[in-house]
Design a protein around this ligand. Sequence first.
Ligand SMILES: Cc1cc2nc3c(=O)[nH]c(=O)nc-3n(C[C@H](O)[C@H](O)[C@H](O)COP(=O)(O)OP(=O)(O)OC[C@H]3O[C@@H](n4cnc5c(N)ncnc54)[C@H](O)[C@@H]3O)c2cc1C
Length: 416
Amino acid sequence: MKIIILGSGLLGVTTAYELGRRGHEVTVIERQPGCGMETSYANGGQLSYSHAEPWAGPSVLPKLPQWFFRNDAPLVFRPRADWQMIKWGLQFLRNCTGARARGNCVNLLRLGLYSRRQMTRIREETGITFDYAAKGVLHIFSTEKDFDRAKRQLEFQAKFGCEERVLSRQEALALEPALSHTSRAIVGGIHSVLDESGDAWMFCTALAKVAAERHGVKFRYGVLVNRLRTDGNAISAVVTDQDDLTADAYVMALGSYSPLHLRPIKINLPIYPMKGYSITTEAGDACPQVSITDGTHKIVYSRLGSRLRVAGTAEFAGYSQRINDRRIAPILRAAKELFPKANWNAEIKSWACLRPSTPDGPPIIGATPYSNLFLNTGHGTLGWTQAAGSATLVSDLIDRTLPGISLSGLTMERYA
Ligand SMILES: Cc1cc2nc3c(=O)[nH]c(=O)nc-3n(C[C@H](O)[C@H](O)[C@H](O)COP(=O)(O)OP(=O)(O)OC[C@H]3O[C@@H](n4cnc5c(N)ncnc54)[C@H](O)[C@@H]3O)c2cc1C
């Protein structure tokens, strides 16, 4: 089958690889000069399959008023006359009940654990390198309240096959000795032993190369998708700034920009850009070897080869990708406080990008009302984690084979 994939971020590249490997004739359309250059470029690096707690949940509600307009808060809303943002916010609040958060958590966990299996397969099939590490993710907590809540979450997730260990403060410091120099309170930790880490951009670049060389996938960079043309209940072409392209099937993987191209053809998806920031530095030996999530401050740390990546914050401010130094400052401050002996004189590269976020948490995968249009988008904070599983599921649907897990709660039907 001839298939066009729109976008070459993590989701586009992984889907292109998977469909190419199955013998399809695949072309990827991307506006940037290479793959993985937008949200998949410098993310937190965590393959956090066990991290299945959606942002929308009862515990976030009491924190919202303090977070709302504070510049150093983990989540910032910049209110604006933007109907999509208001609608998204209302849907987010609707998902903050315990029952909905638990349902979304189970769906995220199913997809996470399935993605782990698919990622293992892709690594073994391709042999690509991307500063991968399989040391788990260590979650640390500064308050007993946050720690207790995380332990309850662990007990819930354990019922669905998630393996995590509760650690005392001493055990957490023994697992990651670089933490022992901090003056920050650490009351305990949780080790998500199944989790991994790696550089998403390196992965995209290496996988795209394998897809092209071994499976004939064509990557057309520097091509802007303008719109989708329809004919009845099918897509008839992708109209770009260069030419009109046709295929038997089309996969929407334009990240935060997906809804902008779907709305004109009457598909309304609640995906809104949630801006996040990261810094990357060669911070030396006094940096963590194990990937860390600071559960209290919502900041993640990943060792990527010789580099340290620190990422966090969520800002709702439309489509601007501008780096706001006032949002970088709390990330850097938290990192220096947690790892005071790291080499903070080294050059620090700052980055910002837009997570394609759904109000309930899970991505939007699968069929649409158009017979030949498929979705692989809306992965929010977990697109690196879920890329391998999502790509396999979408490819199964295109191939009309039974997907490896149920798509319940992962398709656009949940918003009908
Ligand atoms: C600060 C931060 C930290 C994160 N940390 C983690 C983490 O630790 N673990 C994790 O699992 N996830 C993490 N994420 C989330 C993850 O990075 C995203 O979910 C993922 O990158 C989304 O991939 P995507 O392919 O959907 O989007 P993108 O990577 O944005 O890809 C979409 C592509 O479409 C292209 N495009 C858009 N419009 C057009 C057009 N009109 N024509 C042609 N091309 C177009 C873009 O150029 C882009 O390359 C983080 C995100 C951020 C911002």
